[in-house]
Design a protein around this ligand. Sequence first.
Ligand code: NI
Length: 231
Amino acid sequence: MYNKWDPGFLYLHALACVSMPFSVWHDIIDLMNSGHRKTRKVYDRDGDAHLLTFSCFRRLPLLSKDRSCQWMVDAISLSRSKYPFDLWAWVIMPEHVHLVLWPHTDVRISSILTTMKQSVSRRSILWLREHSPEYLSELCDQQPNRKSSYRFWQRGGGYDRNLRSTRDIHEKIRYVHENPVRRGLVERMEDWRWSSASAWKIGEDEPISIQRHSVPVLTNMDDCIDSSLFE
Ligand code: NI
């Protein structure tokens, strides 16, 4: 379970919602911990859940075919088997991907991402070489040293946001699932085949299993939490 959001922590969280700078809030936790001689780490930055976003090269719709979406799904599974994490939500859009995940202890986000991205990249370039070599030039990335390579993903690590509260986590899971609806691709989020929306709605594990059991439960104590406090 995600200990950071246990009832004790939620209570402290609720206290913190009275507008208070984060540093003060942190001191209060320290104070309470020392008072109770607790050694348990209440706030552990390394243990945060993350919202990850990354895009295709030049924002091309390289993930618009079921074939490439399946490569992405396979890549998520492969990455999870090498660098364990709990997957809470995902969506594959035609030109970008969002994931909400909680890495297991000592698992680095960069390792998770590298494995995922490389796998899709390799498969797609192999496929294009064989079936559609004329399209490969679209993926050609000229570097300053005049060397060129084929690139499936946008340069850089993408966008990584730490999620520090239960409310924040639930908001981002919803945000991820609503992507195809906001874009007008489907009417209901669970109709989009390439997301975990239906896994959340009807509990199915296709095409990838998610770990709903470890998602911190939203209680009415979270209603007053302003996640901007934790920026
Ligand atoms: Ni999006």
